[in-house]
Design a protein. Structure first.
Length: 205
């Protein structure tokens, strides 16, 4: 589904930012008992801390990660390869609920666990070829709120923009968002509680 069709499909409960051909929407309160879900995921998910190579040196990423989805689906980014081996029941239920809203047919979910405000995500775009052109990505946040910052990749006159992602909120990135914007979750030393972010996506190759 093209990102521009999401508004009519999902209804007016999603608040959309005015970003032109890029699509960025937020639906607060998608999960009401998000702290319970946060704790459940902390306990049940097989969390890992992979390392990436930068300038010839290996560095652990500043967060914990996990990857699930349809059997055998692989997703590669930042020199890392993830291979899905099925869906835990909790994640499968969430995926079905999101699909009932967006009709996107997601086949994987990448989880990032921010243990406190020291864990972060640098600016990047989810623009891997395996996601296809103009992918739709749904990002569910549970636990503590965190800042979500975006900045243009080309038109520097637009400047940065910022959202506060509340626990239980669903963020939708679509249209030309990945080709026109970078996004990240900066460190926040004042935040002492944890957050888990689940990004549902469709890997096509």
């Amino acid at each position: 589904m093209a990102g521009g069709d999401l508004l009519s499909q999902a209804g007016e409960s999603i608040e959309w930012l005015d970003l032109g051909a890029s699509r960025l929407g937020i639906l607060n309160g998608f999960v009401s008992d998000h702290w319970q879900l946060y704790q459940q995921l902390c306990d049940e998910i097989d969390w890992q801390q992979p390392s990436v190579r930068l300038y010839g040196k290996s560095h652990p990423v500043p967060r914990l990660t996990a990857f699930y989805g349809d059997d055998g689906v692989e997703y590669r980014y930042s020199g890392l390869t993830h291979r899905a081996d099925g869906w835990p029941s909790t994640l499968q239920t969430l995926n079905k609920r999101i699909d009932s809203l967006l009709k996107t047919g997601f086949n994987t979910v990448l989880l990032n666990r921010y243990r406190d405000g020291s864990d972060a995500m640098g600016f990047h775009a989810d623009d891997e070829a395996s996601l296809g052109a103009n992918p739709v990505i749904a990002s569910l946040s549970v636990g503590a709120e965190r800042r979500f910052v975006i900045k243009p990749r080309h038109n520097k006159t637009q400047g940065k923009r910022e959202l506060v992602l509340q626990g239980g909120s669903l963020l939708i990135m679509a249209g030309k968002f990945q080709s026109e914007w970078l996004h990240g979750v900066p460190a926040d030393k004042k935040q002492g509680e944890g957050r888990i972010n689940l990004t549902f996506r469709k890997v096509i190759a």
